[in-house]
Design a protein around this ligand. Structure first.
Ligand SMILES: [Ca+2]
Ligand SMILES: [Ca+2]
Ligand SMILES: [Ca+2]
Ligand SMILES: [Ca+2]
Length: 273
């Protein structure tokens, strides 16, 4: 229980800083890079990206080489938004056919600023910085990018020696892992929940709008359900024998649901509208 509380604390310690973050970066692929992407995720679904820009910084001169204006766009129902090569499946903003996202040491940042303030060649800056990642593909750290974007770690896409087939993925607690790309899908290392656990439990509708939630399990029998608020405080706990749970007494907002059944457990983010 202490561990899960700590994980939730870490999750919110990270999330509370911003509404949107850089969730995944795949800069390097085999041969010509034709499925490069940056996956952005918002805390809430269908989040307006009005007033945000994504700036790509080149480690060799510590200046920007590309700015993408997100004004006019929204994240999808799960909070995802994809910027990348035209060949990346489901890309929302295409930034060319290939070799656009540099392979490091380089950086990508979200600023809440006007695109006109960030013409190419803008020196690295933390002005109106929302989130940033400094990354490489088995490169030495770039101290100017790290300092300029308030970062302490340069993440290595080649951590496992598989830079061509793996991407850098936010684990939801402020760190990044490296694994097979998960475009517009939950990252491989999110909260350390394994695939088996994810598969056992399903919750819907999410966001919940009608005052109830269905919690489906592949295993028969009662489930223990705990609901935590954004401060990590438990607001509700029950044993559920059916699939339908009354949540009409919960206010709109974001919650973390912990589902336990026999030796299995998982945590899921629940939005109540
Ligand atoms: Ca590249
Ligand atoms: Ca890669
Ligand atoms: Ca570069
Ligand atoms: Ca992902």
């Amino acid at each position: 229980m202490k561990t899960i509380t700590f994980i939730i604390f870490l999750l919110f310690a990270t999330l509370s800083f911003s509404q949107i973050r850089i969730n995944e970066v795949d800069a390097d692929q085999t041969g010509t890079d034709v499925t490069e992407f940056v996956e952005i995720q918002s805390d809430s679904p269908n989040f307006s990206l009005e007033g945000y820009i994504v700036v790509f910084y080149n480690g060799s001169d510590n200046e920007s080489y590309k700015t993408v204006d997100l004004t006019g766009y929204v994240t999808d129902a799960e909070g995802y938004f994809i910027i990348g090569s035209s060949g990346t499946p489901g890309v929302d903003i295409s930034i060319g056919t290939s070799n656009t996202i540099q392979n490091g040491p380089d950086a990508i940042a979200i600023h809440q600023d006007d695109a006109s303030n960030f013409p190419n060649g803008t020196p690295v800056t933390n002005a109106n910085l929302i989130d940033a990642i400094v990354y490489g593909t088995n490169d030495d750290d770039d101290p100017e990018l790290l300092a300029g974007l308030d970062q302490t770690v340069q993440w290595d896409e080649d951590l496992n020696g598989n830079k061509d087939t793996e991407s850098i993925q936010n684990d939801g607690a402020g760190n990044f892992c490296v694994d097979s790309p998960t475009v517009r899908a939950s990252n491989a290392c999110i909260l350390g929940v394994n695939d088996l656990q994810i598969d056992i439990f399903k919750i819907y509708p999410n966001p919940a709008t009608n005052g109830y939630l269905y919690i489906n399990s592949k295993i028969m029998g009662p489930k223990s359900i705990s609901v935590f608020d954004v401060l990590g405080k438990q607001v509700f706990k029950t044993m559920l024998n059916s699939e339908k749970m009354d949540i009409s007494f919960l206010k709109s907002g974001m919650y973390i649901l912990k589902i336990e059944q026999e030796k299995n457990f998982t945590t899921k983010k629940l939005i109540i509208k």
